[in-house]
Design a protein around this ligand. Structure first.
Ligand SMILES: [Zn+2]
Length: 62
């Protein structure tokens, strides 16, 4: 994941590339949060909305 420390702000980090598609966020015409929200959970390696991966359900509840 590409992260940078903005100049003079060592206590903050900035996401440089989208963790889902790898696009450089500074070149987009939309806010970073808008771009991230345009992806689906499966773009980040998660299960689709409404589906539960049984591997992560505690024993006895699956
Ligand atoms: Zn993206």
């Amino acid at each position: 994941m590409a992260i940078a420390h903005p100049a003079g702000r060592s206590n903050r980090v900035r996401l440089v590339r989208c963790p889902a598609c790898g696009r450089k966020l500074s070149t987009l015409r939309v806010r970073t949060s808008t771009h991230i929200a345009s992806h689906l959970p499966e773009d980040f390696g998660l299960t689709p909305l409404g589906e539960i991966d049984a591997r992560y359900v505690p024993r006895g509840e699956a």
